[in-house]
Ligand binder design. Structure first.
Ligand SMILES: [Zn+2]
Length: 448
C-alpha cells in the first residue's frame, strides 16, 4: 500500500508562482492579475494550498509602483508545465509593459522554500535590492524565471515566494468590471463607517473617523473597487454584506498579506543610513526640534554614538508631538531614509515615535509666594523678589519642573497617513494565527 501511496504523492507537484510589477501608473494591477489567474487556474488541475500572498516591500523605494506589492500563489498540481504555460501567457497578456511595467515571474517547485528565499524576501522589505541582485539570485539558484522591461519585478517575484510571515493580515479586494475601469467609484461612506463599527477590531483602517474619510477605496484607474483589511475570512465576508454601492462588481479575492504588521521596521537602522533603507533607532533627542516651512519638524537623535536626523512631515499628524520633544528625551522611532538635500543630510522620515522616557524640563522663573501662591515681582536688579499681596520676600529666581505635553507612549500617524505596512494601534501586540483551510469564500466571481 505504501508504494501506491508514494506514487500518488509523487504525481503531484507543489508549485510556487511569484510575480510583481505588472502594473503601471495608468492602470492594471498585480493583484487583479492574481485574481484573473486564480480564476483561470481554478478550472485546471490545481489545488490552492494558501491564500494568494500579497507582500508589500520596502515602502521607501523611489521607483516603486503604487504600493510596491508582489504576489505569490502556492498550489498543488499534476500538470506543472501546463500551469506554467498558462501563467506565462497571462503575465504577458495582462502586464502593462507599454506604460512602464517591468514584470518579473518566478516558479519554484517543492513544498519547502529554501532559506535563501526567505532571506531575500526580508531584505527586500527594508533595504534597497537592485534588479541586478535579483537576476543574479535567479541565475545562481537555477530558477525558472522570466522578466520583461528592465526586470525590476524579479525582486518582488522572488521575495513574494520566499517571504516568511511571522504575523499576517488578510485583505479582501473586490474588483470592478472592465467597463467601469476609470469611472468614479460610488461607495457609500456611511456604509463604510457602519462596516468598521460592526467588524472592527477584526477589520482595520477602513474609515478615518477623525477626518471622515473612506480608507478602503483607491482613486484612479485601478481595477480594485475596495480593499478591506482584517484578521480572518468571516469578518471580511461580513464586510462585503454591509458595504453599499450601486455598482455591479466582478468579484473578490482574499489575500494573505504583511500589511498592518509593521514588519519593515523590525531591524535597526545602520549608522551609514543607506538611502531608502527602513528601520528603527533608539536613543536620546540630541538636537531640539525646529519647525520648517510647511510645518514639517526636524530633530536629531543620538543612538549608538551616531546622530540620526529625523523628519516628521505635516500630513502624518505627528508634528505637534515631534515639536514637543526636548533634548534628553529617550525615544524609539522608525521610518525610511531619505536622500540628502541641499539643506539637510540624510534624514529618517518617521513613521512612528515611541516616547520611552521624557526628560525633565525645567524653567527658571520668578518664585511663587508660599502664602498666596502668586508669582512674586522683582524688586529690581539684585534686589530680590516680593509678593505684591502680602509682602513676603525671596532672594532669587527659582527653577521649576514644567509639565510635559509629550507622554510616555506610542505616537502613530493619522490613520489616513498610514502606509500599507503600518501596524495600526489596534494591532499592537497582536499576532494573527488564522490559517487557510480551503473553505470557500476567499475567491468569488459574482454572477452576471
Ligand atoms: Zn503673598
Amino acid at each position: 500500500m505504501s508504494g501506491i501511496h508514494s506514487l500518488t504523492v509523487a504525481e503531484k507537484t507543489i508549485l510556487n508562482i511569484g510575480f510583481d510589477d505588472t502594473d503601471s501608473p495608468s492602470g492594471m494591477c498585480t493583484t487583479f492579475l492574481a485574481y484573473k489567474m486564480v480564476g483561470e487556474l481554478s478550472g485546471q488541475d490545481a489545488e490552492f494550498l494558501d491564500f494568494p500572498r500579497l507582500v508589500r516591500f520596502n515602502p521607501n523605494i523611489p521607483w516603486k509602483t503604487r504600493g510596491n506589492g508582489a504576489v505569490s500563489i502556492r498550489l498543488q498540481t499534476g500538470d506543472p508545465s501546463g500551469i506554467k504555460r498558462r501563467v506565462r501567457r497571462m503575465i504577458s497578456r495582462y502586464s502593462d509593459t507599454k506604460n512602464g511595467a517591468n514584470p518579473g515571474l518566478v516558479f519554484l517547485e517543492g513544498g519547502r522554500i529554501p532559506k535563501q528565499f526567505a532571506e531575500f524576501g526580508s531584505m527586500a522589505l527594508w533595504r534597497l535590492v537592485r534588479r541586478g541582485d535579483a537576476k543574479k539570485f535567479a541565475r545562481q539558484n537555477g530558477l525558472d524565471h522570466t522578466w520583461m522591461g528592465n526586470g525590476q519585478g524579479l525582486v518582488g517575484a522572488i521575495g513574494a515566494i520566499g517571504y516568511d510571515f511571522g504575523d499576517h493580515t488578510l485583505e479582501l479586494l473586490s474588483y470592478r468590471r472592465r467597463s467601469r475601469f476609470g469611472t468614479r467609484r460610488d461607495l457609500s461612506a456611511e456604509s463604510v463607517r457602519a462596516m468598521q463599527k460592526i467588524t472592527a477590531p477584526d477589520t482595520f483602517s477602513s474609515f478615518d473617523t477623525r477626518k471622515g474619510r473612506v480608507m478602503i477605496a483607491p482613486r484612479g484607474p485601478d481595477p480594485v473597487f475596495y480593499g478591506v483589511r482584517g484578521e480572518d475570512v468571516a469578518p471580511l465576508l461580513r464586510a462585503t454584506e454591509i458595504l453599499r454601492t450601486s455598482e455591479k462588481l466582478d468579484g473578490h479575492m482574499i489575500f494573505k498579506s504583511n500589511q498592518g504588521t509593521g514588519d519593515h521596521l523590525r531591524n535597526k537602522l545602520d549608522p551609514g543610513m543607506s538611502p531608502y533603507s527602513s528601520g528603527t533607532i533608539t536613543g536620546s533627542v540630541s538636537a531640539a526640534p525646529r519647525i520648517l516651512r510647511g510645518g514639517h519638524v526636524m530633530f536629531a537623535v543620538l543612538s549608538g554614538g551616531h546622530e540620526f536626523w529625523c523628519a516628521v512631515y505635516k500630513p502624518t499628524g505627528m508634528t505637534s508631538v515631534a515639536a514637543g520633544l526636548i533634548p534628553g528625551d529617550r525615544i524609539r522611532a522608525g521610518g525610511g531614509v531619505r536622500r540628502a538635500s541641499k539643506r539637510f543630510p540624510r534624514v529618517v522620515n518617521l513613521e512612528f515615535i515611541r516616547v520611552i522616557l521624557p526628560a525633565r524640563e525645567t524653567r527658571i522663573s520668578n518664585p511663587p509666594c508660599k502664602s498666596c501662591g502668586k508669582k512674586m515681582k522683582s524688586k529690581g536688579r539684585n534686589q530680590g523678589f516680593e509678593c505684591v499681596k502680602c509682602g513676603r520676600r525671596h532672594p532669587a529666581k527659582v527653577r521649576a519642573t514644567v509639565r510635559r505635553k509629550v507622554k510616555r507612549r506610542l505616537y502613530l500617524p493619522d490613520v489616513s497617513a498610514h502606509r500599507h505596512l503600518t501596524r495600526p494601534l489596534q494591532r499592537m501586540g497582536r499576532t494573527n494565527t488564522a490559517r487557510f483551510d480551503g473553505s470557500p469564500g476567499w475567491f468569488c466571481v459574482y454572477e452576471k
